[in-house]
Design a protein around this ligand. Sequence first.
Ligand code: FMN
Length: 375
Amino acid sequence: MKAANFLNLLLATAVVLLCAKLHFVSPRAPSPAPAPAAAPAAAPADAPGTEPGAGPEAADRLVIDSTGLAPHARGFGGPVPVEVEITNGAVARVSPKMPNGESPMFFEMLEEAGLWNAWNGLPVSVAATARVDAVTSATYSSKAAIANVRAALASVSSARRRAEAAAGTGTAGGDIALPPPSRDAMPLGRALEARATHREFSSEPLSSQELSDLLWAANGFNRPDAGKRTAPTAINRQEIDLYVCRADGAFLWDAEANVLRLVTTNDLRGLTGRMRDGADNFALVAPVALVYVIDKERQAMQDRPEDAAKYASVDCGFVGQNVYLHCAAAGLHTVFLGSLRPDEIAAALALPPTRFALFAQTVGKPAGGGAAANP
Ligand SMILES: Cc1cc2nc3c(=O)[nH]c(=O)nc-3n(C[C@H](O)[C@H](O)[C@H](O)COP(=O)(O)O)c2cc1C
């Protein structure tokens, strides 16, 4: 058995032991749901413990029964429990759990509106925060069903985190687990004094601890119980993914697990920043280029499309300022970048059409080893 497959098995077993609500389903049981139609291209990197291209015998499947997980979510007839099936880290099927207090007529309306398919194919971490609209004329039932799906997905996320912690790792080949972030920054006033754009960098890599501290400050979970982060987002959409581009590859930062998920071993730093005439491209010198990727589906502003670009830009700005202030406090240099090549980045990261790179930010140590900020 390959190491990654063994890890899958270990992880799935630990998840089952840790969460009484989860029922392990034999991988050989026939799936009642079709395969996810359009899983985002980054899905393998977002599915801890899975291996791109792994066959069905390596698949781990879980069915989560939401009964009791969302006690305040009620339809007309009472609770609306659902079953959520997860295969290889992505949602494969959502369906009402029977018996159910809600009448069959309402379920037919939800079925016709395509509600049960709304999460299909999405990695658990994405599905957990995906915006899914209520169904007109079945508002109570659909809202209760949506709340149950969210509760089920939240339970698997937290169970997975606990299982990964128990197993001592949540990483697949090429992924990098980061140490817990430290929060011993200098006082805010001093950091504000020192905040500045710098374009002179040393090529010295950042340590895992420095990277962990940086990413947590940028957009980490500062209120994990509420699922909220250090940077605000409009309507709490949390639509920004942080990619960490280094000489050894580009990684999607899994903020929940604090793991860098390997996406490509190519060096994409050169797709950020722009060389001024005759100048070295600082983005190729600095060890880290953060790329801020917007997920339009998570943002889901169909009713107000004119607001989508505005909110995405502002949301990125908050992350960027967090990075500026953290760098000032930690003695690092940084420059926020509107100059990047989004099309080439999208191709290199295999982003689906619903995601795009909006801004980037170069981070590294000061050239010459000097401190960027007063201690
Ligand atoms: C939205 C935005 C886009 C930026 N794009 C670039 C860029 O593409 N290249 C660059 O060298 N600096 C870029 N900067 C950095 C600005 O040039 C810098 O913040 C400005 O000169 C003020 O300097 P300060 O940050 O030290 O106050 C950008 C800043 C912002 C806010």
